[in-house]
Design a protein around this ligand. Structure first.
Ligand code: GLN
Length: 472
């Protein structure tokens, strides 16, 4: 736990601890990191050893997803088009981490521009799952999850547009939280689909997630969608006696792996044993969520990614000056990978005159219905419980040529982003050696209850204690 780590660092040496992490990263096979900030991080660790600060995360190293801007440290979104881009400023979350004394140890691999479910669309090769290195770690924050699960970092940040924190947390057997839309400032997050995404913590325990959320959440004037936070740590151990848990019937059954389904039902029994009650609820528009999500996400992406023109940052074209159109298309053909191109094309199509009403506008209407599903459900229950992913981690290469099968795996995570509500994934079992994730979903700004339930579950179960150390 991070609080214990802080005590160890105070008694020992942060510099030594960090050096050991870097050695482990170099020895390992995970390819979880794309950029290491070794020099600055070791310098900061040394200065902590000489003069430890009082911050909530003083001396604690943290790994950051490539799409979160870090001043002086490359932030390339695992894309060729941004390779070599060093932001001149920190994202809001990075400012908050630094203010609490955390040490940015490096940047983690991801699906290119966060478009994916497996970290295989990265321009820098796939990240491997520490539980089975032939399997994907999930995505798009695969690097951020694999490094924590594989003991290369004590904690990390990812971003979640349609499941990108929760999916890799589930596949790698750790905790990952997607906060309520607006709870964490997106200032400095390189946008994929801004109406859906949030930055969230990935850690080994629920308490650590609560601690990181405490640090990164809250209003920031540079993100007008950001809101005030409440406090998450003081009531974390309150328990769940009397809590009502809804089981969305659309999130079970066909397409859900048997072991996943059984583990999640076992988890519901554990919650019941801790004093919660459960009842079935319905989220009737679930079947339209994937279509609505992918239309909205791709439309926003096609607009957001238009700024990568090779003129201002990232990839440049050497040679004689050419007109803007030629440079724009040459740079983009070279700089973007196939999945990003597919999404820009589909998104542009969905937004184009004549199709806008048929696709984009329609998707927005479906989004309202999905949000309404959640609002109705939360009139009856305090939280919802479901599998995070319908399947455990799959093998590298198994699905990458079948985009639809990858999109389909997001079925239980994307509705949460469409509705803007918070959800956590935490370990609740294993299929063979591969972890399974339980998803707990709360109403808007209901993080405190989500974390309390997760904490109660974690305290009553052994899953978070198992680590994949042996296989790394
Ligand atoms: N897998 C989803 C997608 O490809 C979610 C990605 C994300 O949350 N960034 O869009």
């Amino acid at each position: 736990m991070l609080s214990e780590l802080k005590a160890t660092l105070l008694a020992g040496s942060a510099e030594e601890y960090l050096s050991r992490l870097y050695e482990r990263i170099e020895r390992g096979k995970l390819n979880a990191f794309t950029t290491l900030a070794r020099e600055t991080a070791l310098r900061e660790a040394k200065s902590f050893d000489q003069n430890p600060g009082k911050g909530l995360l003083a001396g604690v190293p943290i790994a950051i997803k490539e799409c979160i801007s870090t001043k002086g440290i490359e932030s390339n979104c695992s894309s060729r088009i941004l390779q070599g881009y060093i932001p001149p400023y920190d994202a809001h979350v990075i400012e908050r981490l630094r203010a609490e004394g955390a040490i940015i140890m490096g940047k983690t691999n991801m699906d290119e521009f966060a478009m994916g479910t497996s970290t295989e669309t990265s321009a820098f090769g796939p990240t491997r799952n520490p539980w089975d290195i032939d399997c994907v770690p999930g995505g798009s924050s695969g690097g951020s999850a694999a490094c924590v699960a594989g003991g290369e970092a004590p904690c990390s940040l990812g971003s979640d547009t349609g499941g990108s924190v929760r999916c890799p947390a589930s596949f790698c057997g750790i905790v990952g939280l997607k906060p309520t839309y607006g709870l964490v400032s997106r200032y400095g997050l390189i946008a994929y689909a801004n109406s859906l995404e949030q930055i969230g913590p990935l850690t080994r325990t629920v308490k650590d997630t609560a601690l990181l959320l405490e640090v990164i959440a809250g209003h920031d004037w540079r993100d007008s969608t950001s809101a005030e936070k409440s406090s998450y740590l003081p009531d974390l151990d309150r328990g769940i006696y009397g809590m009502k848990i809804g089981i969305p019937k659309e999130y079970f059954g066909e397409g859900v792996n048997e072991k996943v389904e059984k583990s999640v039902w076992d988890a519901i029994s554990v919650l019941e044993g801790l004093g919660a009650s459960w009842q079935e609820v319905s989220l009737p528009h679930t079947q339209y969520a994937l279509a609505a999500y992918y239309v909205i996400a791709m439309s926003e992406a096609s607009s957001n990614l238009a700024r990568f023109d090779g003129l201002r940052y990232g990839l440049r074209q050497a040679g004689e000056d050419r007109d803007w159109h030629t440079t724009f298309s040459e740079i983009r053909s070279k700089g973007f990978g196939p999945e990003v191109k597919r999404r820009i094309l589909l998104g542009t199509y969905a937004l184009s005159a004549g199709y806008y009403g048929r696709y984009y506008l329609k998707a927005l209407k479906v989004r309202t219905l999905i949000k309404e599903d959640f609002l109705q459900a939360f009139k009856q229950v305090d939280l919802l419980a479901s599998p995070t992913m319908p399947i455990p981690a799959f093998r590298i290469g198994e699905r990458i040529n079948d985009p639809l099968s990858l999109y389909k795996a997001d079925i239980f995570t994307v509705p949460i982003n469409l509705a803007g509500v918070p959800a956590i994934s935490l370990p609740c079992g294993f299929a063979g050696q591969l972890p399974i994730g339980l998803q707990l979903i709360g109403p808007h700004f209901g993080e405190a209850a989500v974390l309390q339930a997760a904490q109660a579950f974690e305290a009553a179960t052994p899953y978070h204690e198992r680590t994949p150390e042996e296989v790394v």
